[in-house]
Design a protein around this ligand. Structure first.
Ligand SMILES: Nc1ncnc2c1ncn2[C@@H]1O[C@H](COP(=O)(O)OP(=O)(O)OP(=O)(O)O)[C@@H](O)[C@H]1O
Ligand SMILES: [Mg+2]
Length: 161
């Protein structure tokens, strides 16, 4: 699990989606993206119950199999993810409480979380800013091979208008 935090416009979503695409070959069963809407104007942050509904449907679980209760829903999600090698992007997380029920229980999947604030209390997450994450990934063997194929590391994002 990797949490990418930083101010708006710094490149968190771009980095998370880029990494997820790079990792898709290692997690071939599912590549999922979910916007948790922590900062969408006019929208409340998505509840864990609603997020689990979307994630389960993204795995083609029929609506009638999805329990109403949050704990039961989270249990079904963990069981379904445990059967797969999946990479999951949870974009725009509000806080650790929103994200925790969405985390796979088993190893074998990889979760990238973006948030404008550090997700205090998400003990298992490695936290990075986009710049740190680029540096860390660039140092890894995986990334050296990736950048060797794609050219130099991406430039800084342009300033927001
Ligand atoms: N490495 C990069 N090189 C060039 N442009 C980039 C790079 N990363 C992001 N950008 C551009 O910067 C802008 C902001 O990026 P992004 O949406 O990923 O930011 P964010 O941190 O997710 O912001 P928010 O907190 O508002 O969701 C986008 O227009 C994106 O195309
Ligand atoms: Mg974003």
């Amino acid at each position: 699990m990797c949490a990418i935090d930083g101010m708006g416009g710094v490149g968190k979503t771009s980095l998370a989606v880029h990494l997820a695409q790079r990792l898709a070959g290692r997690f071939p069963d599912a590549q999922l993206y979910l916007d948790l809407h922590a900062h969408t104007a006019g929208t409340r942050p998505m509840s864990p119950t609603a997020a689990l509904d979307k994630l389960l449907r993204a795995l083609d679980i029929p609506g009638e199999r999805i329990p109403a209760d949050l704990d039961d829903r989270a249990g079904l999600w963990r069981a379904e993810v445990a059967r797969r090698r999946a990479v999951l992007v949870l974009d725009n997380a509000a806080d650790a409480g929103q994200v925790r029920p969405l985390l796979p229980g088993a190893a074998g999947s990889f979760v990238l979380i973006t948030a404008r604030r550090r997700l205090v209390g998400l003990e298992a997450a490695d936290s990075f800013s986009p710049l740190m994450c680029c540096q860390a990934v660039t140092r890894s063997r995986f990334s050296r091979r990736s950048w060797a194929r794609t050219g130099p590391a991406p430039s800084r994002p342009p300033p927001r208008r």
